[in-house]
Design a binder for this molecule. Structure first.
Ligand code: ANZ
Ligand code: ZN
Length: 828
């Protein structure tokens, strides 16, 4: 091929980016009524430094989907924004004094520049950043809607307090009872905190999962997080104190096997119970130790059980037995009632505790002993019938017994069936600076007073010092803090806590639909046209919290009449990680591949196509520089072939008349239709981008062979095949595809409908069959696809090349695989 054609992404890519920017090609109007809409959304990035390889991957995935949807006739919304509040910018501010607003702005600019440099087809008119007042005004507005509906409330909560950082830590930031960053022993404090009442939605959050097309493992994670469990609440009474202690149990059928009773160390009655029993000191020491033990650890089944007796008993309501009370850290205050009836015969943790403290173990369910139990097969958790309980229940299957016992408890007023959730209300307040201010004013006379809506946004004030000192840094902004009460006018103070950044990202997808509305968070009529997001794309690390919070927001906003869908994301796709040499990329390992470097060296099209080519996008993929070169050569070949064909004979890229083509050219045409079919199937509803790209590679290679090896290819067939390749490649490598397509046709590929495969050209009426003698290929023939075994055998025998190898030999056996081969086994 002539060397005058040189693929130059540095020239091609900015040229097409300019067209898209000047013409605002990817902007979409809200006038979608009656049209087929598609809302394609990739999770918004947290802007920090420069985008990394994971961003390149996820936005390449999103863009491929968006382009495919556009070209298959849908009206596509594909917006971009930034999750711009949060700790890294604030910690940087503490270190350097640079205002988080300034460092965040710089990062946003660099993210925006890269996304444009990558040619991602974003509707930039809807861009938002959650730290901007015209965005967080509406975050505050939503908070107030929730507040007014009783869904946002304030209460004292036990929190993890880091005495060195002087701030509250999230559970995930506590490692082995110490602050993750400071290493200081975490203290338990009771502080007033703000919560969202997400637990009110627990059932709907579980049930709604059935209506959405999400990966099963993500649904499972959500279900486990919510942790709905069905059981009963049963009341045990401490006669000494005259106090009732309800427990939550999933196994009321084992009530007759309860041999002791355990309270969580945080239980508010512990001190009162121990008082005067002689156990006070022991109990106090134990409780203090337990409070700083990691919660996750405490619940761990394998852990050696610890605890101390309280010196009291409770009455088992089903048989009047007095059973001893203990405090033990395997019981958690946050779950159920913070108290359990312990049934060592049928529960492993209770069993371990009973063995440690030499307490009786009683069997009340008999079945087939399961493996791993003691000599009596205990604790036993399998199916079976009740024993050692009560004549009314003994002999009943345990499920039937469970129901019968709950009915009995209910009648006696000693219990009732009950559902319990692991999910807790969402603690959303943070004693930190760089977040959305909570729009509340505290007045001594009126209590908590919402900031009137017409005074929103409550602007985040500037402060001198970003370090939390036992309170939010905002508390130091006294001019800002001191305001008259909106209700009585007396001096009052603003709430100084800010919101968890998960609040900001729980509704951004609603804002995109009507992003420049300055009278409302969105116009419900417009939102209705776009919601829900048809395809949501992001990392599996957000499988639990972000997705759960966003689902809660949508359900709550729907109940308040602002949204008319129940689920925000109809379909979810979670992409895998990009690794290097099998390991996660990290600065400390020194194996970080920078998308900027690849784009600078090889162009955005190569970077994007490569990252989608290495593996199915939901799987982890290992980066290899040689692979990048291979993709670059492929794009280069496609572009050079197209440029040469465009300058050669023929015109446009219409399909040539099939009748006029040589068999070889017809094959090329067939290959193009095969590729259309393959890529379309790989993309429609699926994300098999790697095999789609490899189909376009195959087609391009066939064109290359036809042009460079065969030499007599019909120019129009070549043009058609190349334009098809470019058209199919456009969702992955938009610049080179647009350029090649425009050279061949003068048209803009993104304005063309997605190509359709001609079914007649897909049907293969002839196939190539190989003829072998003793496994060696001796000849080939093009035969009707329907040729029978006998016909194929006859054809093979008739071939002169085959006959030459049969001379003087005896035919022992003939194997025929229709459509593929004939193998003749010979002897002698
Ligand atoms: C008696 C019993 C007998 C129990 C038995 C289990 C098996 P899930 O399924 O996760 O909901 N439990 C209740 N509250 C607790 C707390 N605050 N901390 C630790 N454990 C607690 O678990 C429910 C079971 O966990 C309850 O049922 C209770 O033990 C325990 F053969 O009651 B069960
Ligand atoms: Zn007041």
């Amino acid at each position: 091929m002539s060397t005058e054609y040189r693929y130059d992404p540095e020239e091609i890519e900015p040229r097409w980016q300019k067209v898209w920017a000047d013409e605002r090609t990817w902007e979409v109007s809200n006038d979608v009524e009656g049209r087929d809409k598609s809302y394609v959304l990739v999770m918004l990035p947290y802007p920090s430094g420069e985008p990394h390889i994971g961003h390149l991957k996820v936005y390449s995935v999103g863009d491929a989907v968006a382009h495919f949807h556009r070209r298959t006739g849908r009206h596509v919304l594909n917006p971009m924004g930034y999750d711009a509040f949060g700790l890294p910018a604030e910690n940087n501010a503490i270190k350097t004094g640079e205002h988080p607003r300034d460092s965040t702005k710089k990062s946003i600019e660099s993210f925006r520049r890269q996304f444009k440099r990558w040619g991602i087809s974003i509707d930039w008119s809807r861009e938002l950043a959650t730290c901007e007042p015209d965005y967080y005004r509406w975050t505050q507005w939503i908070f107030l809607q929730f507040y007014n509906a009783g869904l946002a409330y304030r209460k004292a909560a036990t929190v993890n307090w880091d005495p060195v950082e002087e701030t509250v830590l999230a559970n995930e930031q506590v490692v082995d009872g110490r602050g993750e960053r400071s290493g200081a022993l975490v203290e338990v404090r009771h502080l007033e905190q703000w919560f969202f009442r997400i637990t009110d939605y627990a059932d709907r959050l579980v049930d709604g999962l059935d209506e959405i097309e999400w990966p099963e493992h993500v649904k499972t994670m959500q279900r486990n997080w919510i942790g709905r469990s069905e059981g009963a609440e049963v009341t045990f009474r401490c006669e000494d104190l005259g106090v009732d202690y309800p427990v939550f149990t999933t196994r009321p059928d084992t009530l007759f096997g309860a041999t002791f009773f355990v309270l969580a160390p945080e239980h508010p009655d512990i001190e009162k119970l121990a008082a005067g029993t002689g156990h006070e000191d022991e109990v106090r020491d134990y409780v203090n130790r337990a409070l700083t033990t990691d919660k996750e650890d405490r619940g761990n089944a394998d852990r050696t059980k610890t605890g101390v007796p309280l010196g009291r008993t409770v009455t088992n309501p089903v048989n009047g037995e007095q059973i001893p009370m203990f405090v033990a850290d395997y019981v958690l205050m946050e779950y159920g009632t913070g108290a359990v009836m312990a049934v060592p015969g049928h529960d492993q943790r209770d069993y371990d505790f009973a063995k440690t403290f030499d307490l009786p173990v009683k069997r009340v369910v008999e079945g087939v002993p399961d493996e791993g139990g003691d000599e009596d097969g205990l604790p036993y958790t399998g199916p079976g019938v009740l024993v050692n309980s009560h004549p009314d229940f003994d002999g009943l299957d345990k499920t039937a017994a469970l129901e019968a016992i709950v009915r009995w408890l209910d009648r006696e007023g000693k219990g009732n069936s009950s559902t319990n959730y692991r999910l807790r209300d969402w603690l959303l307040s943070r004693q930190r600076y760089w977040g959305c201010p909570i729009p509340i004013i505290h007045c001594e006379a009126c209590g908590t007073v919402p900031v009137p809506e017409d005074q929103l946004p409550v602007i985040l004030p500037d402060v001198e010092d970003y370090k939390p000192k036992g309170r939010s840094p905002l508390a130091a902004a006294t001019d800002w803090v001191n305001v008259p009460c909106p209700s009585c006018g007396k001096p009052a103070k603003r709430e100084t806590d800010t919101m968890d950044t998960f609040v900001d990202s729980s509704w951004y997808f609603l804002r995109y639909t009507d992003a420049s509305n300055d009278e409302a968070a969105w116009d419900p009529e417009i939102l209705k046209r776009w919601a829900p997001v048809d395809q949501y794309i992001g990392g599996v690390e957000h499988a639990i919290l972000h997705l759960l919070y966003a689902r809660f927001f949508v359900k709550a906003l729907a109940d308040l009449g602002h949204v008319d869908v129940q689920e925000p994301f109809a379909k979810l796709f979670t992409q895998g990680m990009v690794t290097k040499d099998g390991a996660k990329m990290s600065k400390s390992r020194g194996n970080v591949v920078s998308p900027q470097d690849i784009v600078a060296a090889r162009g955005a099209d190569t970077a994007r196509t490569y990252i989608l080519f290495i593996a199915p996008p939901d799987q982890d993929a290992d980066w290899a520089d040689e692979g990048v070169d291979g993709v670059y050569r492929f794009l280069s070949r496609l572009w050079r072939l197209s440029a040469a064909a465009a300058d050669g004979p023929g015109a446009g890229a219409d399909q040539p008349d099939v009748e006029s083509l040589s068999p070889a050219d017809l094959e090329l045409l067939r290959k193009a239709h095969w590729a259309i079919e393959k890529v379309t199937n790989d993309m429609a509803g699926r994300f098999n981008f790697n095999t789609a790209i490899s189909a376009v590679m195959e087609l391009t290679n066939d064109v290359s062979r036809a042009v460079n090896e065969r030499g007599d290819a019909e120019p129009q067939a070549v043009r058609f095949a190349l334009a098809t390749a470019a058209s199919l490649l456009f969702p992955f490598a938009p610049h080179v595809a647009a350029d090649a397509y425009s050279k061949l046709t003068g048209d803009r590929v993104w304005e063309q409908p997605w190509p359709a495969a001609d079914s007649e050209l897909l049907e293969r009426d002839t196939v190539e069959v190989v003829f072998q003698v003793n496994g060696k290929v001796r000849d080939r023939a093009s035969v009707p696809a329907t040729a029978s075994k006998n016909e194929l055998e006859a054809l093979a025998m008739a071939s002169p090349k085959v006959q030459a190898h049969l001379e003087g030999k005896t035919v022992a056996k003939v194997i025929v695989v229709p459509g593929k081969l004939v193998n003749i086994a010979v002897r002698g």
